[in-house]
Write a new protein. Structure first.
Length: 265
């Protein structure tokens, strides 16, 4: 029995937990204000029966204006909206990783607060997960009915080449493997040993479950450039996507799994 076959054999039970009242949301924020408010209000207005709690992650350098909006949201949605002070891991990927162990819900949605991740897509993501045949539902900017809006043309070409290369490498008919806007069965996130803390975590958080046999579905979304706050991507971050994808593809599957009984890192 190969290492991949052995590790697949010890996958947790694939039975789908119900979604009603069982979707926990992690929202990353730094300097967003009105877009953060619109994200949270839209999520709760359009998905009142499925979203159980929203955890907004704030790094130490979050702006006072952003923190004021978080305070207002906690007051407006008591018992549902709360925040977490990021302390253990750096970066936006580290922010999400810290919340994996804090979110008790059986379904885990990751979304940004800048409206580049359209909160109106979440209803379709939840509906797709409700079919019971996917462990991960990811929003795609490249499916029929999706849009990349005013995405820079050169970045768009590079992004398409990257997507096609790694969809072939992982033998998956996926169109958007890097967009960090996803709904997971929480067991998928607790199963792996994570290494990335920056934006490359969002790629890592898809390719490791793929290696473990996770079933991934896509739904179309419309991407629009942020109108508030600053992007924190760099060239080094983009290069880490390649490193993450290649190393994950060729490492033994057992080396990707979290230690039995260990805590998610």
């Amino acid at each position: 029995m190969s290492a991949d076959t052995a590790a697949t054999a010890i996958r947790p039970d694939a039975g789908a937990p119900p979604l009603t009242g069982n979707v926990g949301v992690v929202v990353t924020a730094v300097d967003e204000t009105w877009s953060l408010r619109e994200t949270v209000d839209t999520l709760l207005a359009e998905n009142p029966d499925t979203i159980s709690d929203i955890l907004i992650v704030l790094p130490a350098h979050a702006t006072p204006a952003c923190r004021a909006v978080v305070d207002a949201l906690e007051t407006a949605w008591p018992g549902i909206v709360r925040h977490h002070e990021q302390a253990r891991l750096p970066g936006v990927g580290g922010a999400v990783r810290e919340c994996i162990r804090l979110m008790p819900s059986p379904w885990f949605l990751m979304i940004a607060s800048d409206l580049e991740t359209d909160p109106r897509t979440v209803t379709a993501m939840i509906a797709r997960a409700g079919r019971g045949d996917a462990d991960v539902v990811t929003a795609s900017r490249r499916l029929v009915g999706a849009s990349l809006g005013d995405y820079h043309w050169f970045k768009g070409i590079c992004n398409r080449l990257f997507q096609r290369t790694f969809s072939v490498l992982y033998s998956q008919p996926l169109t958007d493997m890097t967009f960090g806007f996803r709904l997971y069965r929480a067991t998928e996130l607790r199963r792996y040993d994570w290494g990335e803390t920056g934006h490359a975590f969002f790629f890592e958080a898809l390719v490791k479950p793929l290696r473990g046999g996770a079933r991934v579905a896509e739904v179309p979304t419309v991407w629009r450039r942020r109108r508030e706050g600053a992007s924190h991507m760099s060239l080094c971050e983009y290069l880490r996507y390649f490193k993450t994808g290649l190393l994950t593809r060729w490492r033994p599957l057992r080396a990707l799994l979290a230690a039995p009984g260990g805590t998610v890192r």
